[in-house]
Structure formats: structure tokens, C-alpha cells
Design a protein around this ligand. Sequence first.
Ligand SMILES: [Fe+2]
Ligand SMILES: [Fe+2]
Length: 398
Amino acid sequence: MYNWDDPINDALSKPDIVPEKKVAPKISTDSSQASADVESFPASKDNGVGSTGMEDIEQGAARIQVDDKAIINCRADLNQLVPFKYEWAWQKYLDGSANHWMPEEIPMHDDIKCWNDPNALRPEEREMVERNLGFFSTADSLVANNLVLAVYKHITNPECRQYLLRQAFEEAIHTHAYQYCVQSLGLDEARIFNMYRELPAVATKAEWALPFTQSLGDPAFKTGTHDDDQRLLRDLIAFYVVFEGIFFYVGFTQILSLGRRNLLTGVSQQFQYILRDESMHMNFGMDVINQIKNENPNLWTESFQQDMIDLIKTGVDLEIQYGRDTMPKPMLGMDANQFEEYIKFIANRRFQRIGLPHQYPGATNPFEWMSEMMDLNKEKNFFETRVTEYKTGGQLKF
Ligand SMILES: [Fe+2]
Ligand SMILES: [Fe+2]
């Protein structure tokens, strides 16, 4: 054990810091061979290789080749970003960085006036705003904790990790944005942030998600066997497809519909920036899921596919219920039945994106304006124009 007070020459003279020369294990691109290699080189400090990127440095090891890289169970050096294998992950990192924003950039003066005007919003609209802030303010922390404490360790690829680090910061910005909204409107902070432990409508979704992060966060958990790799894949589907891909969409739609009616435009704009980030998080997650499937086709068995269909459908049911709980009667020209249709419509898109069949045939989109906000081409336009807007403090228009 060294400490910062050790004179450096003394430290260098200690024989135990001379690294033992090790031979890097050969990584095969063939998936069956790769899993055999994994079994013979379990992640362990003793190997000099492993999933954290913090294992021993192998002096004299060969330079990294693209084919050495793998999305999970990789034994190549995780500290070397290039050569890229997954250009899509690097591109998302660049796009996410070009989309950088901070909550304080968005003026909240009109929102404060609107919230304090007793005639501007109906009581049920105020309740809807508070419940959504209650859900999102802790949901984004849950996602961030899941990323940093559970997912990051098991995704063994540097360009994907680069995006995960970007995503983790964006989740911090989102939690900041909710805090900023709560503070601007003068809401009871303790009540809003504790809502997921007080209100069943808000608590249910977080409760559903927790077991999926707890398993990956278990210090004893590691990938490398068929069952454990499936467990990772299942938890990624729970988080990226259900939590970020379905559980956010009733709330996003409700809040953004306020902005379209010129109500709480600052809060709406915060949510619109968050929606654009979330759309990319979800797309990144589904790319990761598909890449794991491609590299490990043995994991994608028929029974596992059925389990994933059931898991996503449970998420759909919970989100439909959230729509009913937060919208017991029609408001802002929308009702809970439309939300049911909308959630089924977006669930079909999620199923298709990860290679599963539609489960809600004929579901249509009652909120076309939402897909416009998430449309990939629009998103690219947004990124292209964002730099100018950022410099001038320009605002999104509804
Ligand atoms: Fe987020
Ligand atoms: Fe996210």
C-alpha cells in the first residue's frame, strides 16, 4: 500500500511495484469460442484483465485490434478508446455533447407568474404537474444510480462507456432541472421529492424497476455465464426499453401539452430538452441490447423472448395505470384512453426496435406532435442549430 507521503524514489525502489509480465489472453470473435475464453479467464484481478478497466497493467501487451473488442465479457484493455468498433456509440457521445444544456438557461419568470395566478391553471392541472415532478425528480436519480453503480461495470467497451458517462451527466442535469422547476414554482421540496414513497401512482413504477438495478449492483454479480449474461440483457431491457422508453412518456406528454397551450412554458421547455436527451438514451440502450444479441445469439432464446415480451407488457400496463391515476378526468384536450392508445403505439415501436413482434396490433398515435418532437431528423436539426441557439440563449418554440 502506497500513500502520497512516500518519497517517489523510495516508492520506485520497492521491488513489489515492478509489474509482472503477462501474456494477454487471445480473444476470439467467434461467439462460442469467446464464451469459452471467458470461462477460462474469469474476471479477476489475478488475470490482469477484467471488466472494470482498473486491473493490472500488462507491460508489453499487444496493441488493441478492433476485433479484440466486445460489448460484454471483453478481455481487451478498457482504457483505450480507439480503434472504434461501435461507431454508433461514439456518434451518440458526440451528438449528446453537442446537445449540452443547463436548466438555468431557460427563463422561468412566466412560469412563476402562471403558477401564482389562481386562474391560470385548474386544480387538477396543478396536481398533474406536481405528480410528474414527483415521479421524475427521483426517477432520474434512480436511472443515474443504475448506470453508475450497476450497468457501467458490465458493459466492457470504451466507446460505449464514454457515452454512459455522458448519459450519467445528463441524468444529473435532468434531476437538476426538476429541482430547478420545484424551486422556481416555490413548491414544497420535501413533499415532491418524497412523493415516490407517499403516492402509490408515483411509487409503483419505481418499485417495479428497483429489482432490476439491484441484481446488477450486487457486488457478487458478474457476467460470463449464459444465465448471468441473460440477466444483464433482461435488466438492460427493463431499464432502457421500459423505464426510459415507456415510463417517461405519459408525463412528458402531459407536461409538454401545457407548453403547447402557452402554460408553464419554462417547465415545458425543460421537459422538451430532457425528452430529446431521453430519446437518445433509449436509442443507445436499444443499440446496446441489439449488439449483445448479435454477439451472443445463444442468449436470445424463444423462452427468453417471451419473458421479455411479458416484462415489457407489464411495464405498458403500469404506464397506462399511471395515465389513469394522473388524469382521472380529461384535461388539456386529452384523456386517459388516449394515453392508453399512445403507450401501446410506442410499445409496438420498442418491440420492433429490439426484434420482437408488435403486441398491440392497430394501435395508433393520438399525439402526432409528440413523435415530431422525437423524430430523429428533427433531432439532428436540433443538434445542428443548437450551437447557435446555445450562444444566443435562444429558446425552443412550441
Ligand atoms: Fe433522464
Ligand atoms: Fe435517461
